[in-house]
Ligand binder design. Structure first.
Ligand SMILES: [Zn+2]
Length: 459
């Protein structure tokens, strides 16, 4: 079936005219439906047994939970024979995330293509959303079973960085019942799935996601180094079975590669730690692999520490001295450190910040509930506070009707309430000392932000 101008009919008799092919995997193909926010998945296997199995799966998925609250394309109706498949809700103008991983063959410049796809920050934020959705599924005792770049869809608008949908809802399984399921997309199956030692579980989901994240950021498969790409086909199998070191293993570089973007530009230090655990000890010891929730947290944090280049408008990590894409010097920015504050002792609970955010004068910084109180899931994206840098002053206001407090540690100590009107304060001041923005009542333990002005590199 080629899709264009084809029609399929669902069990209720509704007719769907199929348009372009959206994605194709081992199990089937997904087509957009003309005039509607719908897509149709048609399975390769048309046997009556597969139909019965699919019907059971979809009935089960509908009963599982309120699927509409998650970024999963909800299944609607089964198709009538001769096809085996189903109709699902899918926003128009979505493309598989593989579009950010596999550059077309005829491109002149890989970096240009990377930046045209929204660059680093967009990739981090979209991946963070994907990890968040998988974490929500895992939190409900479900396993997705087959995450791959062909069944995660993103908005085709490169300005959008928060719309994602997992298709293939028929893959969802209860963690307890999935142990016998051994479905994976080649390249994304965890070694224990590839070798048949285990069925799908949350840790195999975590491996597949880690590969997708690494590839989306650096444009190279973490296990496919030069000896695999240039060697015998058996080496590829060995790599996917976890028998070779990953490409960035500093202690054993036999499978290293010069392919892909430089890792220090696209993989933050915290993401590097997750990759290392996943692709070193985690290849053989699934339990050592970082869980999906950690990926969500570190991906959001990495995105928050990116700044926008005033010269080329691309985004990069604020720890770089120059824009890695155009080499324009990094502008002045404020490092916003988030820490826990203990009111009784009047000091920080831990010295190491929970997170660092970057604020430049080129764009406002929106502080969400994830940062203010460590929320996860849907509520974590609520906007709480807006910060704007104007030369060496910061303007701050509340965005959610709640009051926050700004205190200075100088002498005399100053305390200002931050409501929906802008409050301005100097990032550094001899009179006031450093400022703290309290995210909670001063009498209770809460998170605070501190501000450190980092001068720009000379132009
Ligand atoms: Zn630049």
């Amino acid at each position: 079936m080629t899709g264009a101008n084809k029609r399929v009919v669902d069990v209720l008799g509704n007719v769907y005219e199929l348009e372009k092919e959206l994605g194709c995997g081992g199990q089937g193909t997904v087509f957009a439906v003309k005039n509607g926010n719908l897509a149709v998945k048609i399975l390769v296997d048309r046997s009556p047994a597969r139909r019965t199995h699919l019907r059971q799966q979809l009935t089960q998925v509908r009963m599982l939970f309120d699927i509409k609250k998650l970024a999963i394309a909800s299944p609607l109706e089964m198709l009538k024979p001769p096809y085996v498949g189903y109709v699902m809700e899918l926003l128009t103008d979505m493309v598989p995330i593989s579009k950010l991983i596999n550059p077309p063959k005829n491109i002149n410049c890989l970096v240009e293509w990377y930046l045209e796809g929204g660059g680093l920050r967009r990739r981090l934020l979209l991946l963070a959303r994907c990890a968040e959705t998988l974490a929500q599924l895992h939190g409900k005792g479900l396993v997705y079973t087959d995450p791959s770049p062909n069944n995660i869809f993103i908005s085709s608008d490169v300005k959008n960085d928060d719309i994602i949908r997992f298709i293939d809802a028929d893959n969802l399984q209860y963690a307890s019942s999935s142990s016998s399921i051994n479905v994976y997309t080649p390249g994304f199956g965890a070694p224990e799935l590839v070798t048949g030692k285990s069925g799908a579980n949350t840790l195999t989901d975590a491996h597949a996601f880690a590969v997708i994240a690494f590839q989306t950021l650096s444009l190279v498969h973490p296990l496919m180094g030069d000896i695999v790409n240039d060697g015998e086909p058996e080496l590829e199998m060995q790599a996917l079975e976890g028998k070779l070191p990953w490409i960035d293993n500093f202690d054993d570089n036999q499978n290293s590669t010069t392919q892909g973007l430089p890792r220090d530009i696209v993989i933050s230090p915290n993401l590097r730690i997750l990759c290392k655990s996943c692709f070193e000890i985690g290849l053989k010891e699934p339990r050592e692999r970082p869980g999906i929730a950690q990926w969500a947290e570190k991906l959001y944090s990495a995105a928050n520490f990116t700044i926008c280049c005033p010269e080329c408008n691309s985004t990069y990590y604020a720890n770089q001295k120059n824009c890695p894409w155009c080499h324009y010097p990094r502008p002045t920015f404020v490092q916003v450190r988030i820490q826990r504050w203990e009111p009784l002792q009047g000091h920080f609970k831990e010295k190491t910040p929970l997170q660092g955010l970057a604020l430049t004068s080129y764009e406002p910084l929106i502080v969400t509930s994830r940062i203010v109180n460590g929320r996860t899931g849907v509520d974590s994206h609520n906007h709480n506070i807006e910060l704007i840098l104007e030369e060496e002053n910061i303007k701050v206001r509340s965005l959610n009707g709640q009051c926050f407090w700004l205190t200075s540690e100088g002498n005399p100590r100053v305390e200002k309430e931050v409501g929906d009107r802008w409050v301005r304060f100097p990032v550094r001041s001899e009179n006031y000392g450093s400022w703290l923005l309290h995210f909670g009542n001063l009498d209770y333990s809460h998170r605070v932000a501190t501000f450190n002005l980092i001068s720009g590199e000379n132009v």
